[in-house]
Write a protein that binds this ligand. Sequence first.
Ligand SMILES: [Zn+2]
Length: 252
Amino acid sequence: MSTIDRPALKEIVWHQMRQDLQSLIPWFANKELLLCPACCRPLTFDDFSLEHIIPKQALACDPPDVRAAIPQNERSGMTLLCRKPLVIKGRRIPGSGCNSWKGKHYDPFLRELIRSVNPIIAKFNSRHQLALFSAGYLGLFRQFGYQIALLPAGLLMRHQFFHPNRFLREVPLDCQMILAGEALSAYDSDSRKYWSEPFKITVDGYSALLILRNMAFRLPLSRDPLVPIARALPYAPSKYVFRPDLRTVFEL
Ligand SMILES: [Zn+2]
């Protein structure tokens, strides 16, 4: 396919997300809207922009052979976040929506985490933990879609996204820590997986285990996202039923 025929990445991601959302909430089928994965406002195509979950500046220091072997988008993971200014409790937040919010509150800390070779001697604090928590939420959303965002655990993680300074009381304690080993510093064919897809996710009961390079951490789940959802049947056993919570975090 020539470059001229290739749809822009933003359009591809928009259609993937629209398909997922419609399959869960048919009401969206005739609306040219999408819910922002963080603030959950229904918005139009122009209100969104592409987001590198692991910021580009964090990846700029990857070893040259990594940068040559694996495209940046593959190392960062892409999603859409809104760029429409946020209004929280009547106060307009400067910047462009959730995209700017993540850029301001989380990206500098993600950069420090990714660039740190030895996390044992690095000085990390709760801002780093919360940056990883929020990036991990977007990684989980990217893999499993709106069923993550619209259930109670997703609402909690979206709520946390807007509290960058401290963990909320409701966040399980085992989701408030990071296990880390020494980072790799060179590329070979055996380590391709380490550098490519940023989040390796394993579902483990009511939490998901995420591995980002040399770091591992957990995020809460309301249901196993690998269990199919009854999308057409009016009645089904409760574990197959999806009851979306469409509140934005500002309504809490
Ligand atoms: Zn948003």
